[in-house]
Design a protein around this ligand. Structure first.
Ligand SMILES: [Fe+2]
Length: 184
């Protein structure tokens, strides 16, 4: 269940209300079911996945990719799997916990675990959105945002790309005023 934290501390959990708050940024957020395939559920419950297992997970969810290919033109997808056993996890995450933009949309389908996206809205206000399992989010290219893991330090997310060359953070050197995770 997504949770949006506003700068005054208010928390929103209704997806429609959250979408309304994020509308000035053209961010899309949807609930997408992972279904009830027992093999997929088993893989999602594992901490880590080898390359074959990642491919199985991606294939099981490719109906969404096919739709995105046709409607939005995304060309590729991969699966990111993070958990406390990943070497240098803090170092990996440090690239993204400052305000940055990308030349490509940041499109994520969370299929296990959770993470926090922060955004600066056009009026200068900041919000933090905790995204969890079965949530799809599209952050348009050029949107100022940041991202970090919750205390769980665990996420599996399908990433959809137009092109990977846009996948470099451009730092805008703005200060994050909202720092504390929404639900801890
Ligand atoms: Fe990013």
């Amino acid at each position: 269940m997504a949770i949006l934290k506003l700068e005054d501390g208010m928390l929103l959990t209704d997806l429609k209300e959250i979408a309304h708050e994020l509308a000035p940024l053209n961010i899309q957020i949807n609930h997408w079911s992972v279904g009830d395939d027992p093999q997929l559920q088993r893989l999602l419950a594992q901490d880590s996945l080898n390359e074959d297992e990642k491919e199985q997970v991606l294939k099981a969810l490719d109906n969404y990719f096919e739709e995105l290919k046709q409607t939005v033109g995304y060309h590729s997808r991969d699966l990111i799997v993070l958990h406390p056993g990943v070497p240098n996890l803090d170092g990996l995450m440090a690239k993204f916990d400052q305000i940055h933009t990308h030349a490509d949309d940041e499109v994520r389908y969370i299929i296990d675990g959770e993470g926090v996206f922060g955004f600066e809205r056009p009026d200068g206000s900041q919000v933090e959105l905790t995204v969890q399992k079965e949530e799809y989010i599209n952050v348009p290219a050029g949107t100022e945002h940041w991202f970090y893991l919750t205390k769980l330090q665990r996420i599996k997310a399908v990433r959809y790309f137009i092109g990977t060359e846009g996948w470099v953070p451009q730092y805008t050197n703005k200060e994050i005023r909202l720092r504390q995770p929404a639900i801890y």
